[in-house]
Design a protein around this ligand. Structure first.
Ligand code: AMP
Length: 210
């Protein structure tokens, strides 16, 4: 057994660690996400609007690795310390997962500005928009394949002791091979205004913190 920032790690059992349990949120980011040099990233175009700033597509070229298409979430200028913490909190969560149906984190840029979160690129974007745009064009086998992928991702999260709390087609991304991946691990959901807040709070307290 290893003690790890006050968390007990059981060999062979991987469990999610809530970044909130870290006194210093920066420590959580650096524990779970790789720092990327901004010079390794080429931004190509804006593909969406995130809660904290633009989402862009681009390329990542790490030394000794081949170039990868990536999505880049940026933190808009003039952010507060809390916004920075919440923004990077998503990376601290995503960086703990390793599954073909969970969006893969490449790393973060925190040492220069703009602050960025770099993930694998999903060519077909969010599932809700994609399905509406291509209504009636998929076979049942294809649709069931998408569902199986989402279910496998959610099963993995559950096995890790993580409760997503916002599973919806808009939070699933789909790539050019029609592989669906769970995304949106934001920490900033407004629980107070949520009619299901009591329920959500109860679920949250059931998260396992080892
Ligand atoms: P989010 O802030 O995660 O809700 O992202 C906002 C929008 O950006 C999404 O609805 C997608 O259209 C797009 N997007 C986010 N991440 C990716 C990604 N990894 N690949 C492609 N598009 C993405």
């Amino acid at each position: 057994m290893h003690f790890h920032n006050g968390h007990i790690k059981l060999p062979g059992v991987r469990t999610y660690i809530d970044p909130h349990t870290y006194e210093d949120p920066n420590q959580a980011v650096h524990e779970f996400a790789k720092e990327i040099e901004a010079s390794c990233i080429t931004i190509e175009r804006v593909i969406g609007a995130g809660e904290f700033g633009e989402v862009c597509s681009g390329r990542l070229k790490l030394p000794g690795k081949r170039e990868l298409p990536v999505a880049i979430k940026t933190l808009k200028v003039g952010y507060t310390e809390k916004q920075r913490r919440d923004f990077l909190g998503e990376a601290s969560i995503m960086g703990q997962f390793d599954h073909p149906n969970i969006i893969h984190l490449e790393g973060v840029v925190t040492k220069s500005k703009p602050v960025m979160i770099v993930t694998e690129y999903m060519e077909n974007g969010s599932l809700d928009t994609f399905l509406k745009k291509n209504d009636g064009q998929f076979t049942v086998i294809q649709l069931v394949g998408m569902l199986r992928g989402i279910a496998a991702g959610m099963r993995y999260l559950s096995d890790m002791g993580y409760v997503h709390r916002d599973l919806a087609a808009r939070n699933i991304l789909i790539n050019s091979n029609l592989v669906c991946k769970v995304s949106d691990f934001g920490l900033s959901r407004v629980l107070e205004d949520d009619p299901e807040a009591a329920y959500t709070t109860r679920v949250r307290s059931n998260r396992m913190h080892f």
